[in-house]
Design a protein around this ligand. Structure first.
Ligand SMILES: *[C@@H]1O[C@H](CO)[C@@H](O)[C@H](O)[C@H]1NC(C)=O
Ligand SMILES: *[C@@H]1O[C@H](CO)[C@@H](O)[C@H](O)[C@H]1NC(C)=O
Ligand SMILES: *[C@@H]1O[C@H](CO)[C@@H](O)[C@H](O)[C@H]1NC(C)=O
Ligand SMILES: *[C@@H]1O[C@H](CO)[C@@H](O)[C@H](O)[C@H]1NC(C)=O
Length: 254
């Protein structure tokens, strides 16, 4: 747990710089969604934030636009897009007009989840770090409700060495592929790296969508695909290995 807690701090410092220079240097790479706001959540009585919640624990999200956000000005209502290690769809949860929302983490123990936020126009509030769910120390059957799941989008997804699994590893600068097999276009593929703004890639056809993993070794990320008619698919957390090339990064950034 101590390692998990340290990871995002270390990464967020190096990667923000890396990805900003990437965006400037390589016009062909997919730019991340420049955040229009930022959010965080508070777990009462934690002096040092630990990325752990118990099942049905209530967390408090709060958000605002600060001088650090230069993306589109956010327009309410807001929503959370929640990825989990035990589901093949993301959960889309209304967060209203803000600037805060209480949410009971519904996932079973041993699930990992990650929350990203968007506004009504799709402007990004970024993604937070991945949290792990542990049993509620006071109850063997804690009570809270799973959010409704969206209609599942059928997808064929691969990494270079075969089929993509929930926790597949892919090397930096290698290419993953996602092919929609249901729903209607346009499709939006969202790459949601831990503790970082997401990337969106839109496709107007049912053809395979490829993404070269422009994230350095050690990163974790979730993927989601949504269709114009509201079907969704998600996968993760996947991790980035170090055996790939450097060619997808701007020179001098590694
Ligand atoms: C949180 O801290 C306050 C003040 O120290 C204390 O009164 C309260 O019982 C604590 N709550 C929990 C859930 O531990
Ligand atoms: C902007 O980011 C810096 C570095 O992370 C932080 O120190 C500062 O407090 C932030 N400013 C605002 C207004 O949140
Ligand atoms: C990015 O993708 C998310 C879904 O994953 C969507 O809600 C949002 O509207 C998209 N934003 C943009 C700017 O495409
Ligand atoms: C368990 O219950 C005790 C007493 O009500 C409370 O102080 C403690 O914070 C609870 N623990 C959790 C994990 O909810």
């Amino acid at each position: 747990m101590r390692c998990l807690a340290m990871l995002p701090i270390h990464l967020s410092l190096t990667v923000v710089v890396l990805l900003q220079s990437l965006e400037r240097a390589a016009a062909t790479s997919v730019p991340y969604l420049n955040p229009g706001f930022e959010f965080s959540y508070i777990i009462p009585n934690q002096t040092v934030p630990l990325p752990v919640t118990s099942q049905c624990e209530r967390i408090y999200l709060s958000w605002s636009r600060t001088n650090n956000e230069t993306g589109p000005a956010p327009v309410a209502p807001y929503f959370m897009q929640v990825y989990s290690s035990t589901s093949s769809v993301p959960y889309v949860i209304g967060a209203g007009f803000g600037p805060s929302k209480a949410w009971d983490v519904p996932f079973s123990p041993n699930t990992q989840f990650q929350i990203c936020m968007f506004d009504s126009n799709g402007a990004s509030g970024g993604c937070q770090t991945t949290y792990s769910v542990v049993p509620d120390a006071n109850s063997t059957s804690p009570s809270c409700q799973m959010p409704p799941a969206p209609a599942a989008l059928s997808v064929s997804a691969t990494v270079p060495n075969g089929a993509m699994f929930q926790n597949s590893q892919i090397n930096q600068c290698e290419t993953l592929s996602v092919t929609p097999q249901s729903g209607s276009p346009p499709y939006t593929l969202t790459v949601a790296p831990v503790a970082h703004p997401p990337f969106n890639i839109t496709s107007k056809t049912m053809d395979t969508i490829s993404w070269q993993v422009a994230l350095p070794v050690g990163f974790k990320f979730f993927l989601s695909l949504s269709s114009a008619d509201g079907q969704m698919w998600a996968n993760g957390p996947m991790s980035v290995g170090g055996l790939g090339g450097n060619d997808c990064f701007a020179p001098g950034t590694m």
